[in-house]
Design a binder for this molecule. Structure first.
Ligand SMILES: Cc1ncc(COP(=O)(O)O)c(C=O)c1O
Length: 477
């Protein structure tokens, strides 16, 4: 069952295989869409005319191939599998947040542009929420920028700081948007893997802790060059669930100080930390770190409203002003009316004990899935934060004939984890995500025995997943 590992991101997807050799066709409208039906007359006409007259897609985009989400989400729908792949909550956002949203479009002017920095009432609530957590008074005019989700905050930051060829360091596995966010802005991604160190003497089915995944500081230093400009730190981490300790952050921060790097602290899962772990904000560790760090947050993750596309960047005036300059030219402003709803949500959250309630609900979901994998005898990384579980699939023995069948299915990657996740979705009925999508081609092999399951789902969905996963029993060696 060993398979050659080839990089997910460099192989044309099946739906694009016939177009990839022809750059004029490679970026046709719908070329990446899993739903495009090439047999329809209108589509054929469109493709024929595109071949003749449409402009060529830019190089910075033409190499993007079908991504992992556009493979596994449609596959889950098509096969009726329980979808523990893509990390969006399928439970309703709290009613008080929905009520605030419903109210937000009432006043006519709420529906017009917001200030590029964000509506003042939201910036005030962000300042009120985060000033105590940062131990400093955040200034609504200088330290806060409201963005179109955390992703746009990261994009705008990279836009503001990267000149062509500047390097941005990120840890593998990484949230897969980082890479295009860097390259679209002319930067060069540099990868340093977090490595899993099993505890000495651990049995094959003993769980690992997210804290067992560590960054080797010497390995990080070895990747620094005179073009290094930015480093991204994601804590709590997607997909490992690692919550970096103050000591780890200090060590990384020191490298950033020594080599004059801007730190992007992606803390979108800051409210989802379990047990006795504590979320540490790198920007609070010293004045020097505050001065070179922008911290990114997400209303989508905080309030289970990922579709609202609202987030924020917090930091010193010098950094926020640069990001604002880029952000103003990218989107001008973020979704205006829903900013009022997020302001209300932040205002209400502490009074309603929202964060504590939310984390205990997530902890129960985490326990349910962990218990299932323990019962199956599959080793996992127990997450200390975020809402993902990495499962070690090396004990799953897929029969040779079924393996052969999966190998014949055209997929954007031939990594083992893609095939195992395909089999889990189609045969077992539970969709998971192959984590090699969160690695560079060089290090994709580090994920070959992993699958990522998310637990941001209703109890009912998780029960269905647990029931379906029982079908794995005969395959576990
Ligand atoms: C680590 C990480 N950062 C950023 C984001 C993007 O957040 P948003 O939806 O607010 O853009 C995600 C979304 O999944 C994420 O997992």
């Amino acid at each position: 069952m060993t398979t050659p590992t080839t990089p997910a991101k460099r192989i044309p997807s099946p739906s694009r295989a016939d177009t990839s050799s022809d750059p004029k066709r490679a970026c046709l409208p719908g070329a990446l869409s899993a739903t495009t039906d090439p047999t329809t007359a209108s589509n054929n006409t469109e493709m024929a005319s595109a071949r003749r007259i449409l402009p060529q897609c830019a190089d910075r985009v033409s190499h993007f191939v079908q991504d992992v989400w556009s493979v596994f989400s449609p596959l889950a729908v098509k096969t009726g599998a329980v979808n523990l792949g893509q990390g969006f909550p399928n439970f309703p956002p709290p009613q008080f947040i929905k009520d605030a949203a419903a109210k937000s479009i009432g006043p006519d002017l709420n529906n017009q542009y917001a200030h590029p920095k964000g509506h003042l009432p939201l910036r005030k609530e962000i300042a009120a929420t985060f000033s105590p957590l940062y131990g400093r008074k955040l200034d609504v005019e200088k330290n806060i920028l409201v963005t179109a989700g955390a992703n746009e905050a990261i994009f705008a930051t990279l836009s503001a700081y990267l000149n062509p060829g500047d390097e941005c360091i990120m840890m593998e596995p990484f949230f897969d948007q980082y890479e295009p966010n860097i390259t679209l802005n002319g930067g060069k991604p540099v990868y340093v893997p977090l490595r899993l160190h099993h505890k000495k003497g651990a049995k094959v089915s003993d769980n690992d802790s997210a804290a067992d995944w560590t960054l080797d500081i010497d390995e990080l230093k070895a990747h620094i060059t005179d073009r290094s400009k930015v480093i991204i730190i994601n804590t709590p981490h997607n997909p490992i669930g690692k919550v970096f300790s103050a000591e780890e952050l200090r060590a990384i921060g020191q490298v950033a100080i020594d080599h004059n790097l801007l730190i992007i602290a992606d803390e979108v899962y800051e409210r989802l930390v379990y047990g006795d772990k504590e979320h540490v904000r790198i920007a609070t560790l010293s004045q020097e770190l505050w001065e070179r760090t922008v911290t990114i947050g997400s209303a989508g993750k905080t309030f289970a409203v990922t579709g609202w596309r609202l987030g924020w960047a917090l930091g010193p005036e010098s950094i926020i002003q640069n990001i604002l300059n880029a952000h103003t030219r990218i989107v001008f402003c973020a979704n205006a009316p829903l900013q009022f709803a997020v302001a209300d949500a932040l205002h209400e959250a502490n009074k309603r004990n929202y964060y504590a309630t939310q984390v205990s609900e997530y902890a129960a979901r985490r326990e349910k899935l962990l218990a299932c994998f323990k019962d199956l005898g599959l080793r996992v990384t127990v997450p200390d934060g975020s809402y993902f579980i990495l499962v070690d699939t090396s004990r799953i023995a897929i029969p040779a004939d079924e393996w052969k069948e999966i190998c014949a299915v055209p997929m954007p990657s031939t990594n083992r984890d893609w095939r195992v996740c395909y089999w889990l979705t189609t045969k077992i009925g539970v969709a998971a995500i192959p984590p090699s999508s969160f690695y560079s081609p060089e290090n994709a092999h580090l994920a070959e025995n992993l699958a990522r399951f998310c637990f941001c789902k209703t109890e009912e969905t998780l029960d269905q997943a647990v029931a379906a996963l029982q079908k794995l029993k005969p395959y576990i060696k």
